[in-house]
Design a protein around this ligand. Structure first.
Ligand SMILES: Cc1cc2nc3c(=O)[nH]c(=O)nc-3n(C[C@H](O)[C@H](O)[C@H](O)COP(=O)(O)O)c2cc1C
Length: 181
């Protein structure tokens, strides 16, 4: 009961990148909402090609953010307001591309810009093929961001998109939710 109370009203910024595992982010959002958290989703532009932002809107009952420069909006600095709003920033799934951009401080979309503006803890749940995960460049980028205090959740060993067994599978949504709360 006490634990539930402290989780209530926690504000989670859920970043989603274009991994095949992005459908599992919906379960993460749903579990967080059931625990009483407020969730705002930010999809990379590539993620919104794989999964509809409308699904995240339906679960979070909130606006979903994808674009840094949205022509339909009048003056709106989402990269600042979202960052100040969040208690916790989770990127799940995180592609090799986004992880590597974070390691280099690249801010070329709303999601990666938010990483630099943020004031709250950042958790990253990588999801990718084993070959990508084991790639030396990626591993060096992972070590670099770990040293900066960014928490890496997983990945796990299991069934991958290639239908092979290996390491690279995103940590299970339930476990991710337990770790960040
Ligand atoms: C169907 C599909 C599945 C993909 N799955 C992954 C994945 O699991 N992990 C990964 O790192 N990249 C994956 N990619 C490649 C990324 O989408 C690609 O590197 C992209 O540039 C990443 O953009 P983002 O990080 O801005 O979302 C996938 C691409 C497609 C088309």
């Amino acid at each position: 009961m006490k634990e539930l109370k402290s989780q209530k009203n926690k504000r989670i910024l859920l970043g989603v990148t274009s991994s095949v595992a992005c459908y599992k982010s919906l379960e993460i959002a749903s579990r967080l909402v059931k625990k009483g958290c407020s969730v705002k989703a930010v999809l990379s532009p590539n993620a919104s090609k794989l999964i509809s932002p409308i699904l995240f809107e339906a679960i979070t009952k909130d606006e979903v953010f994808t674009e840094q420069f949205d022509e339909r909006k009048v003056w709106k600095e989402d990269h600042i307001s979202l960052s100040y709003w969040a208690d916790v920033f989770l990127i799940a799934p995180a592609t090799a591309n986004t992880i590597s951009k974070i390691a280099c401080g690249i801010c070329d979309n709303l999601l990666t810009t938010l990483v630099l503006v943020r004031k709250c803890p950042l958790f990253i749940a990588p999801a990718m093929e084993e070959t990508m995960w084991k790639n030396r460049i990626l591993q060096e980028n992972i070590s670099k961001i770990k040293k900066m205090g960014i928490k890496i959740l997983g990945p796990e060993r299991g069934f991958l998109a290639s239908r092979k067994q290996g390491i690279g599978r995103m940590m299970a949504p339930q476990k991710i939710v337990e770790k960040i709360l």
